[in-house]
Design a protein around this ligand. Structure first.
Ligand code: SAM
Ligand code: SF4
Length: 334
């Protein structure tokens, strides 16, 4: 019988979730994620190969990671992303494998992703209006995201979660429309507070809509029914609700207004091989140099433990001056 190991950080939080960014490239340029001039891209040799990612993932799973999410940049722009999914899903001990995508290429890949072992997917879509979608993504075609969502449904990816970054005076008029999509569709629509990530972000406090405000705007028109969801179950940060008789659910994710750091179970591996234990700090552990200097599994394992030992208790947004990490979101993975 396999003995399940556990990773626990110094603040007594179980660490069981690894988010792996496989590229910093993207086929969109969302305004909240990267600056207008784009970001300098990692060279081919700077990003981890799939073999390197798999070695780290395998070790992390042996140490107690059970959930893996593939992200980016846009993960589906990296060649052979499906083969990585297949190899990750075959790792003994991976209980939950998922992906976050902008959906643009999902129409093409949904079936092969499902066949490779992906069970569920998160798709980012910040507007239901094609013009506004084009504006926020700097050129994206909303119809392609819808094709991706339909393809994901047909392929049997479930649940389908739709991420909506709520931005004041941009998509706040659409909150109710998004919520009402769950009436007929079994989606989980998740409203995420707009966060200041990256030194080049032009985030302003007044652009961020607190989750409670988003919820209030829905409740003005539609009663919301709480679903059983305990953030202490380390099951994800969204507070879940349902519209009356709806096929789907609504999630509210409040990293700023009501942070969930006390229940944070995450590690992040960036495409250039740095392990981050918090989205908002610049502290990183250089896993790549170990992987590329023929470091043993024992050394690698110690580096993971060392990184976890430095996981901060909470991020620094306490109403004072905003501290943000240097990396833009597109180079972290969300
Ligand atoms: N390209 C993929 C996508 O857009 O889904 C995966 C990478 S993206 C960085 C991951 C998630 O981070 C997306 O849901 C995106 O909306 C979210 N995100 C990016 N910048 C953000 C910000 N400043 N505040 C809140 N969420 C953000
Ligand atoms: Fe690309 Fe995703 Fe960032 Fe948009 S949010 S620019 S799709 S990585």
């Amino acid at each position: 019988m396999m003995v399940m190991k556990k990773l626990i950080d110094p603040h007594n939080r179980p660490i069981n979730y690894l988010r792996i960014s496989i590229t910093d490239r993207c086929n969109l340029r969302c305004r909240y994620c990267m600056p207008i001039e784009g970001v300098s891209k990692f060279g081919h040799s700077e990003i981890l190969s799939y073999e390197e990612i798999l070695r780290l993932a395998k070790l992390a799973v042996q140490k107690g990671i059970t959930k893996i999410r593939i992200t980016g940049g846009e993960p589906l722009v990296r060649k052979d992303a499906v083969s990585l999914i297949q190899r990750l899903s075959a790792l003994p001990g991976v209980q939950d494998l998922s992906m976050t995508t902008n959906g643009i290429l999902l129409g093409e890949y949904a079936v092969s992703l499902r066949q490779a072992g992906l069970k569920r997917i998160n798709i980012s879509m910040d507007s239901l209006d094609p013009e506004k979608y084009r504006e926020i993504t700097r050129g994206g075609e909303l119809s392609r995201v819808w094709e991706g969502i339909k393809a994901a449904e047909r392929a049997g990816l479930s649940p389908i979660k739709i991420n909506v970054v709520a931005i004041a005076r941009f998509n706040d008029q659409e909150i109710l429309d998004f919520a009402r999509l769950t009436r007929e569709n079994p989606f989980q629509i998740r409203f995420i507070e707009y966060m200041p990530v990256g030194s080049s972000s032009d985030w302003k406090a007044e652009d961020s809509l607190p989750a409670e405000e988003i919820k209030r705007r829905i409740q003005e028109r539609e009663p919301l029914f709480p679903l059983n969801h305990d953030r202490r179950s380390y099951d994800g940060p969204a507070r879940l609700f349902k519209l009356s008789g709806a096929a789907g659910a609504l999630g509210f994710i409040s990293p700023l207004s009501d942070h969930f750091c006390a229940f944070c179970n995450r590690l992040r591996l960036t495409a250039d091989g740095k392990l981050k234990t918090c989205l908002f700090t610049d502290t990183e552990t250089d896993i790549k140099s170990c992987l590329r200097s023929a470091g043993s599994d024992e050394v690698l394992s110690k580096m993971i433990d060392e990184a976890i030992s430095q996981k901060p208790l909470r991020h620094g947004f306490t109403g004072g001056p905003i501290k943000r990490c240097h990396r833009p979101m597109v180079k972290i993975g969300g």
